[in-house]
Ligand binder design. Structure first.
Ligand SMILES: C[S@@+](CC[C@H](N)C(=O)[O-])C[C@H]1O[C@@H](n2cnc3c(N)ncnc32)[C@H](O)[C@@H]1O
Length: 261
């Protein structure tokens, strides 16, 4: 995937809201010694969460070298960063908090991944996850259509990536059932609609350029990146209208669980 920290930061405030709502679910008694933030991105939120939660040692893990290059600037002794894949990450069972915000959707087999994360938790450990669940929104459906549009389709040589939020994200009740099966004593799962207000419908393209469209950038030559975004913007405006401002209704699933102490 091609992640660009500058592009991701364009809507930093709007993207931070669900992150802090998730952090608000985490309990800090007893104090959290070891925590991991899987898919930490550029790390500002990771380091700030470690400070606010009073975590002794926080590890931010991400598979993107570009994101981690930005994250290195947040390395303050309390929080450190490393390259790694959240789908295979595991620990020896001494982690007090596994946090994953807007990252788990990129990988399949959530039940297996959550089982691995759970086995990494100490007694009384907590899991806190947030995933976008906006596959039903026109912004995502138009992104999916683009995979079949020329010249992009041919340039990907038949390897057209699917929308990860559609392919990988489970229903809220399935996360609740999974947490129960994995032995979480207490849990909370909620579907929440966030409504970032964008300057205009055209800005949906700028938002998606930093997230969902990255799946195409990873497979297309650079010369086709801007034409893809232009085509996407054109289709969004044609379907949703040229509205200013634009209320971008965005579904997310937040879930939290705590293991028996
Ligand atoms: C949308 S950003 C979220 C960043 C941050 N957690 C936040 O809430 O703003 C998704 C991050 O997940 C990372 N990511 C995607 N797939 C991953 C994987 N398999 N392993 C580790 N990180 C991954 C990306 O590199 C990117 O930095």
């Amino acid at each position: 995937m091609t992640w660009n920290p500058d592009q991701y930061h364009r809507f930093a405030e709007e993207r931070a809201r669900p992150f802090w709502d998730l952090i608000g679910l985490i309990e800090t008694d007893p104090p959290i010694e070891r925590a991991v933030d899987l898919g930490c991105g550029s790390g500002e939120l990771t380091a700030e969460a470690a400070r606010r939660l009073g975590v002794s040692k926080m590890l931010g893990l991400d598979s993107s070298q570009q994101m981690l290059a930005a994250a290195g600037k947040q390395d303050d002794g309390r929080t450190t960063f490393a390259v790694g894949d959240l789908s295979t990450w595991s620990d020896d069972g001494a982690v007090d908090l596994v946090l994953a915000a807007a990252s788990l959707q990129w990988v399949p087999d959530h039940v297996d991944v959550l089982a691995r994360w759970t086995a990494s938790l100490a007694a009384g450990g907590q899991l806190a996850v947030q995933v976008p669940d906006n596959g039903v929104h026109p912004s995502h459906q138009i992104a999916t259509e683009l995979g079949q549009v020329e010249p992009f389709r041919s340039a990907m040589e038949g390897d057209v990536p699917v929308d990860p939020t559609v392919a990988n994200v489970l229903e809220p009740q399935e996360y609740a059932e999974t947490l129960f099966e994995l032995g979480y004593e207490r849990q909370l799962v909620r579907l929440q609609v966030y409504g970032p207000v964008l300057d205009s419908t055209k800005d949906v393209a700028e938002w998606m350029r930093g997230t969902s469209l990255t799946r195409y950038f990873a497979r297309l030559p650079e010369a086709l990146h801007e034409p893809l975004v232009d085509e996407y913007r054109h289709r969004v405006v044609a379907q949703l209208g040229d509205r200013s401002p634009y209320y971008f209704a965005f579904r997310r699933i937040l879930f939290w669980g705590r293991r028996p102490g």
